[in-house]
Design a protein around this ligand. Structure first.
Ligand code: KIV
Length: 277
């Protein structure tokens, strides 16, 4: 039985921190769940870390459904939240409901996430009304990168902070079950978190949120070139993976590559010992 949004809301009530990470396929979903992650996000960050785009803008519904299906297959306890990609919910509320529905019906997710505060609240309300749990996302909203002119901290002025608080309250009133706070000052995250009944999940928003989310590839150090300031690299995955593959290359080249099964007698029969019977 998978965790539900009730379990996640209960964690806030019990003051239990909520660890979240992104997953994009069967294997990463399985590993993250086995490591104890209760709620996974199939993030549209897959546009960058899996598909190699510069931004999340090109990600399609088909791609989100494809990756969500894989994560769902690799897990059986975690609550799976699927990101609604750019232009899958902005054009009309009807469109938003149909696309959110596809992520549940075809992808197998239990909830969706979409970006924007007050401006997205009426869309969130309509999706929630048809029975689909929605996670909000405010602060830095990567799908608006062209409008914001880059990935910058939001809510640095008192006016900006008030705006974010209003955004969060509007999403809560619209029925969102949790809200991601991305790249906002710690003090603003604290103000928002203490005003809300629903959990806040921070990324670059300091320690006062009800949970934290990280992009899996940042956590595992899979990008050699770039780790965002708000990410903590727990292992240098890029170096370790490269090293392992280099060792394999060496073994193949020197003809010393043998897996255990090839070391058994049966595999070591000499050509002249092979019979036709
Ligand atoms: O797509 C994503 O990975 C996200 C997280 C950064 C919150 O939206």
């Amino acid at each position: 039985m998978r965790l539900t949004i009730r379990n996640i809301n209960e964690m806030k009530r019990k003051n239990e921190q909520i660890p979240m990470v992104t997953a994009y396929d069967y294997t990463s979903g399985m590993i993250a769940e086995n490591a104890g992650i209760p709620m996974l996000l199939v993030g549209d960050s897959l546009g960058q870390v899996v598909l190699g785009h510069d931004t999340t803008i090109p990600v399609t519904m088909e791609e989100m459904i494809h990756h969500t299906k894989a994560v769902v297959k690799g897990t059986n306890k975690a609550l799976i939240v699927a990101d609604m990609p750019f232009m899958s919910y902005q054009a009309s509320r009807e469109n938003a409901i149909l696309n959110a529905g596809r992520l549940l019906k075809e992808g197998g997710a239990q909830a969706v996430k979409l970006e924007g505060g007050t401006r997205s609240a009426s869309t969130v309300r309509r999706i929630v009304e048809v029975g689909i749990p929605v996670m909000g996302h405010i602060g830095l909203t990567p799908q608006s990168v062209n409008q914001m002119g880059g990935y910058r901290v939001r809510g640095k002025t008192e006016q900006g902070a008030e705006r974010l608080i209003e955004d969060a309250l509007d999403l809560q009133s619209a029925g969102a079950f949790a809200i991601v706070l991305e790249l906002i000052p710690n003090a603003v995250a604290l103000r928002i978190t203490s005003k809300l009944k629903i959990p806040t999940i921070g990324i670059g928003a300091g320690p006062h949120c009800d949970g934290q989310i990280q992009v899996l590839h940042d956590l595992l150090g899979l990008f050699k070139e770039f780790t965002p300031k708000h990410a903590k690299k727990f292992i240098d995955g890029s170096r370790l993976f490269t090293q392992a593959i280099q060792e394999y290359v060496q073994e193949v080249k020197s003809q010393t590559f043998l897996v255990d099964s090839q070391k058994s007698k049966i595999n070591n029969i000499k050509p002249e010992e092979i019979t036709t019977k």
